[in-house]
Design a binder for this molecule. Structure first.
Ligand SMILES: Cc1cc2nc3c(=O)[nH]c(=O)nc-3n(C[C@H](O)[C@H](O)[C@H](O)COP(=O)(O)OP(=O)(O)OC[C@H]3O[C@@H](n4cnc5c(N)ncnc54)[C@H](O)[C@@H]3O)c2cc1C
Length: 391
């Protein structure tokens, strides 16, 4: 007879306290693994708080036929709306169509129909066609060349607040979360991993999950860990305007490069973003460049009646997307995540904020597989939810 493994004695290290690492730590704690999460700074303070704040299926991913990703994201959107209504709120998005818009009405309608279909019964509301007059009555769009458009629904979240709530929930389910603790090396010793922190402390684990987001290439290279995946690092920047231009969101199409970008109501202000630029400098203190700010101001001024200048921009923020694979055009790189398990090491590549929960469940299933026991997770109950309104 084999030795019986006591569930709570299986020690798992999660490296990285962004939404993905926190989601994994929470999921594994609810399955009674003994989880320690290491975060070099504050949990949720990096990529996971520099997003467009959308909990969405990603309408534009349909253009690249990423059906599975959109379906999974829409399922997670519905779950978050139902289980975290204090933080995740439905938002209506208007999609205007101009005479020179790069995508035609037929394409947009087909995409929106598919989006509704993939959301199924948990859809927020079906999309609607709108006339040019209806659009300009609701949002300050320029009427010049406006042919009409559509309205559809997605959801918004305070991303940092979401990460902190997942952190509190993981702690209440037993995870040990160690902020301000950088992992400097991972050493294999027989069947265990030794995790070494910047202060020289060493701890042994039965399994390690690497969830360091954009730092993944560096972590693997520094520890000479071979992987079949490589991340492209693509910066995205946003403007936060001083005033609120509309109470609903807008999805606009840039003419020069066919990219889409959002103008969104955000805590009494307006969020404009984002860009997609290959990031080749340090991952610490990522900032929007002047070129990106000019790009966003120019695109905004193409469509909105009241043009903005630098004076209307209260602040900017930027983050780096960890995208799996390589391409010359950053917009063409898919948003799907990849999980790679090699024995008792599991690497997470990519992953949207929206899908943190589905991804964490898949990670947990692989961890269960490694230890040969399928565990049932305790129900997910968010803890420490304070008002993180997006209005
Ligand atoms: C501009 C932009 C807009 C986006 N918009 C959306 C959106 O609207 N909706 C959506 O669903 N997704 C969006 N995303 C995607 C989403 O934000 C990210 O994919 C997600 O936040 C990645 O989370 P993560 O936990 O993998 O990475 P991170 O949040 O970066 O977390 C990784 C953590 O690892 C820590 N770390 C790194 N090295 C070490 C080490 N050696 N030791 C200890 N800790 C370490 C870092 O400090 C960091 O906190 C957007 C991304 C960007 C960049």
């Amino acid at each position: 007879m084999g030795t019986k493994v006591r569930f709570d004695t299986v020690r798992v290290a999660v490296i990285g306290g962004g939404i993905n690492g926190l989601g994994v730590a929470w999921e594994l704690s609810r399955r009674d693994y003994d989880v320690t999460l290491f975060e070099k700074g504050r949990c949720g303070a990096q990529t996971s708080s520099a997003t467009t704040k959308m909990i969405h299926g990603g309408l534009r991913y349909l253009e690249h036929a990423h059906m599975a990703l959109v379906r999974e994201s829409l399922r997670d959107r519905a779950w978050l709306l139902a289980n975290l209504p204090e933080l995740v709120k439905p938002v209506e998005i208007l999609l205007p169509l101009y005479a020179d818009s790069p995508r035609r009405a037929f394409t947009l309608r087909a995409g929106l129909m598919l989006y509704d279909l993939l959301a199924g019964r948990s859809n927020i509301a079906r999309h609607m066609a709108m006339s040019a007059d209806e659009l300009t009555a609701r949002v300050p769009l320029t009427a010049d060349g406006l042919r009409g458009g559509f309205s559809y629904w997605d959801a918004q979240v305070d991303d940092y607040a979401l990460a902190r709530v997942v952190m509190s929930s993981a702690i209440s389910d037993g995870a040990k979360v160690r902020e301000e603790t950088r992992v400097v090396s991972l050493r294999r010793k027989e069947k265990e991993w030794i995790v070494v922190t910047a202060s020289g402390e060493e701890q042994r684990f039965d399994l390690v999950v690497n969830a360091v987001g954009p730092w993944m290439n560096a972590l693997l290279a520094e520890n000479r860990i071979h992987s079949r995946y490589i991340l492209s690092l693509v910066r995205g920047s946003h403007l936060v305007l001083r005033s609120r231009v509309a109470d609903v969101g807008m999805l606009l199409q840039s003419l020069s490069d066919r990219r889409v970008f959002f103008v969104l109501p955000w805590k009494g202000t307006t969020l404009v973003g984002t860009t997609e630029v290959m990031h080749r400098t340090s991952l610490e203190n990522v900032q929007a460049t002047g070129e990106e700010i000019d790009y966003l101001i120019a695109r905004f001024n193409r469509y909105l009646r009241d043009p903005i200048t630098y004076d209307d921009v209260a602040s900017t923020f930027a983050g780096v997307r960890p995208l799996v694979g390589r391409a010359l055009n950053p917009s063409a790189i898919g948003r799907e995540y990849r999980l790679e398990r090699r024995g008792n090491l599991l690497n997470i590549f990519g992953g949207k904020m929206t899908t943190f929960r589905s991804m964490a469940e898949k990670v947990a299933m692989r961890v269960d597989n490694y230890f040969g026991h399928v565990r049932t997770a305790r129900p997910a109950r968010f803890l420490g939810v304070k008002s993180g309104s997006v209005d």
